[in-house]
Design a protein around this ligand. Sequence first.
Ligand code: ATP
Length: 359
Amino acid sequence: MRVTLGGVNKSFAANHILKDLDLTFDAGEFVTLLGPSGCGKTTTLRCVAGLENPDAGSITAGDRVFVDASEHSFLPPHKRRVGMVFQSYALWPHMTVRSNVAYPLKRQKVARPEVKRRVQETLAAVGMQAHADRYPHELSGGQQQRVALARGLVSAGGLMLFDEPLSNLDTKLRTAMRTEIQRLHKKFGNTSIYVTHDQEEALALSDRVVIMNAGRVDQVGSPETVHSEPGSRFAADFVGFENILECQSLDSAGIATLDGGLQFRAGGERSSPTPGSAIAFRGKNVRPGKIDGAAIAGRGVIRDSTYVGEQWTANLETPGGALVAVAVPAGGERFIGREGDGTTVDFGIRADDVVVLER
Ligand SMILES: Nc1ncnc2c1ncn2[C@@H]1O[C@H](COP(=O)(O)OP(=O)(O)OP(=O)(O)O)[C@@H](O)[C@H]1O
């Protein structure tokens, strides 16, 4: 089911939360809304579910109009046939697993034999049929989340909404449930809209990632694109580019002077800097020594070196006062761990590891 949001705006009192949101989700696609706390992800999801009513704009799903503010039309939530899974599971404590999953179908006035069949089928799909007669408090967190998934799936007429469903689970279970969500998404073929602030989760699950910033779409792209080619300073920072240096000036040969006096010589596949642009690179791409054909080459004093298990992190303080964050694998041949704070080292960054940010 194709879902389209056109010009969606939503305010709570004087706070303008969603600002002219245009988004399209293709049939059967898995799309994640990724962004920091408060950027409006949940509000977007709640507008699609019908739990909030946008002040302006429209939302359509397939050939159905969920809401069109200009026409004052609003389809109530239970008529949208949307499956929703919440962080808190939101299971009814006084109902068995079976009754929890059957609940949305009963609200839709589905005939009894069909309710029975669909509940059984869905509980089997999430591996919970053996626990059908238990109550939520008799289940582990992971099992409760499976029931919540089943309840969402049973009522999803082509559209599933997930609001940080894995946040309450421990790391190991979270990874297992991620695989499970992917498997169920493929099996049921719903369009899935998934909200998270966890970058790794978004990359692992999605066909496309929507990065949201303060109620607007900042960037939309494949997981690979948003990870390696962020479109803005905000997106770069959010997906973990530790270094974002402003381009202070540009000479006629196209060499940019960055914060702290570092120089950037454009090359490779990436575009050239322009005045007002910034340069971003990851700490793991800062290489030790003098690098042949480096786009950025410098020297810095190692500061703040910290061992964090798999790697060392540190800042390299350049003579011009810039701090360049580095992350190097622990136990390797590379600098930081061996040299330690206070040592001056050469470093370089290759052109292919640098992204030029125009906004
Ligand atoms: N019912 C409400 N009344 C007033 N303000 C609200 C309401 N719901 C959300 N907000 C505000 O809207 C903003 C966006 O909230 P929303 O829950 O959509 O963000 P989010 O991106 O999902 O963040 P989080 O990851 O923390 O859930 C926040 O500032 C929040 O306080």
